[in-house]
Design a protein around this ligand. Structure first.
Ligand code: AMX
Length: 441
């Protein structure tokens, strides 16, 4: 067995024993209460899931196995000559729970390189779609076409024992992660570059190869991809893409089915699609104002107009965060280092100065601060990646690292089928009148 798999198994077995003991002693302890408004309003704040890979703090932002983004930038292994972390190294951290050595990170990189070949029928499935199809639709179709490769599905059909679920899931997760950059780059070149495809470079790291196959062979773009693939990888378990992957996976759907389901959620404008919406919104503002460099006053007027027309300001607000997203800050730092005079990037910073007080003044928005999506597009545009409909695909490639590491853990801990209880408004009314019981399971 591969050494990383062995390490995971040892960690998962120890954690499973610990959880068993914990539940034996404290299983009936109440972790919180559920109010009727939470039931009707998106289950905000209800603790109902265990996700081992990362934890979100409303004030401080995301921590991956306890490490903040600046700490990851400092402590995770880097590509030769690079200063941003290798996302493969973050995958190791999320999976094993310990910082990888350079050797550990290289080991993951080389597993991913070896498994990166995408079978032709996947490209044929993507090619069957009209060229006007949204890149996220092409991407999910590509992932679904790749499901023919699932080791878990095959082994399960052959009669897999429960105790071995984790191992086939481990294999599927690594193979799927290895192939995603090729699928993403294929979609990009098909839709925007006349199907002039670029073969992978077997010597490059996972993100460097993604950049290379898309046609961006600039060392600082490689660095952006490494940062981008790191900061988008995970955001604990309750967000739509992570929760969906976990939920679908709880039915023992394999990694391909579960991840594709999660990415359909990422493709929604309140979640990952917000990154394309931000750039679209800025372009529309620039067009209306007639300038590439709107003033604070012009931005303020445009925000008011957006709000008056019943739309959200994309890239601002969050269901959990209550401060500026550290993923936004990390991208701002990257911008200051690599492109301090870029007009669009400077506009993003001016929007950051202008929008929060306006949103705050409305009184109803719980978080007026920018999230990850407020910044990402402007950095991509700087390098010529202007096709904003593609941006969510990059988010999706990165998100695979977190949700699939989590799915391996779900199997390692033998988590059961997820099945919360739902109610009807009629039953709620009867309960309020004292005519019905509190419902269970
Ligand atoms: N612009 C305008 N109105 C906003 C807003 C924004 N950026 N953010 C929240 N609001 C509104 C809500 O629509 C809601 O209005 P309503 O009461 O009239 O229905 C009210 O403020 C209260 O919402 P909330 O409790 O503060 O937020 P939420 O948890 O319901 O929603 C989110 C969170 C992200 C969906 C919301 O802030 C939003 O729509 N933001 C813009 C889209 C976006 O950037 N999404 C990306 C999030 C990060 C990610 O997943 N990648």
């Amino acid at each position: 067995m591969d050494i990383i798999k062995e390490r995971f198994k040892a960690k998962a077995d120890a954690a499973a024993t610990e959880i068993k003991e914990l539940l034996k002693e404290h299983g009936s302890k109440k972790i919180g209460e559920v109010s009727l408004s939470q039931v009707y309003q998106g289950m905000r704040g209800i603790t109902g899931l265990v996700t081992e890979t990362s934890l979100l703090d409303a004030q401080e932002g995301i921590r991956f196995r306890g490490y903040s983004i600046p700490e990851l930038q400092e402590k995770l292994p880097k590509a030769k000559g690079g200063s941003e972390p290798l996302p493969e190294a973050l995958f190791y951290l999320m999976l094993i729970g310990e910082l990888p050595t350079e050797d550990d990170a290289n080991r993951i990189t080389s597993i991913l390189q070896r498994r990166s070949h995408v079978p032709n029928h996947v490209f044929a499935a993507i090619d069957a779609l009209p060229i006007t199809t949204h890149p996220m639709t092409m991407y999910v179709v590509g992932v679904m076409a790749l499901q023919t490769e699932s080791v878990f599905a095959k082994n399960y059909a052959d009669g897999l024992s429960k105790k071995d679920y984790w191992e086939s899931t481990f294999e599927d997760a690594l193979t799927l992660i290895a192939r995603l950059p090729r699928i993403a780059a294929y979609i990009y070149r098909r839709k925007y570059k006349n199907s002039e495809h670029i073969q992978p470079d077997g010597l490059l790291d996972w993100s460097g190869n993604l950049a290379h196959m898309m046609g961006y062979d600039d060392e600082s773009f490689y660095e952006l991809m490494r940062l981008y693939m790191t900061i988008h990888a995970d955001h604990e378990g309750g967000n739509v893409s992570a929760h969906t992957t976990h939920l679908v996976g709880s039915a023992l759907s394999d990694c391909y089915l579960s991840y594709a389901a999660g990415m359909n959620g990422l493709a929604g404008p309140l979640h990952g699609l917000a990154n394309q919406e931000v750039i679209k919104w800025i372009y529309e503002m620039q067009k209306e104002i007639g300038s590439e460099e709107p003033t604070a006053e012009q931005i303020s007027d445009y925000v008011q107009k957006t709000l008056k027309s019943g739309k959200v300001v994309p890239g601002y607000g969050h269901a959990v965060l209550r401060k500026t997203d550290p993923r936004f800050t990390a991208q701002m730092e990257f911008g200051k280092k690599h492109m301090p005079d870029d007009k669009l990037v400077n506009t993003v910073w001016k929007i950051y100065d202008t929008v929060p007080p306006i949103l705050q003044s409305l009184g109803k928005i719980k978080n007026p601060w920018p999230n990850v999506d407020a910044h990402s597009g402007a950095l991509l545009v700087h390098y010529g990646l202007v096709e904003y409909e593609f941006y969510t695909v990059l988010f999706a490639v990165s998100r695979a690292l977190g949700v699939l590491a989590s799915l391996i853990w779900d199997r390692g801990l033998a988590f059961p089928l997820e099945r919360p209880k739902s109610v009807t408004t009629q039953s709620v009314k009867l309960w309020l009148e004292g005519k019905d019981e509190i419902w269970e399971g």
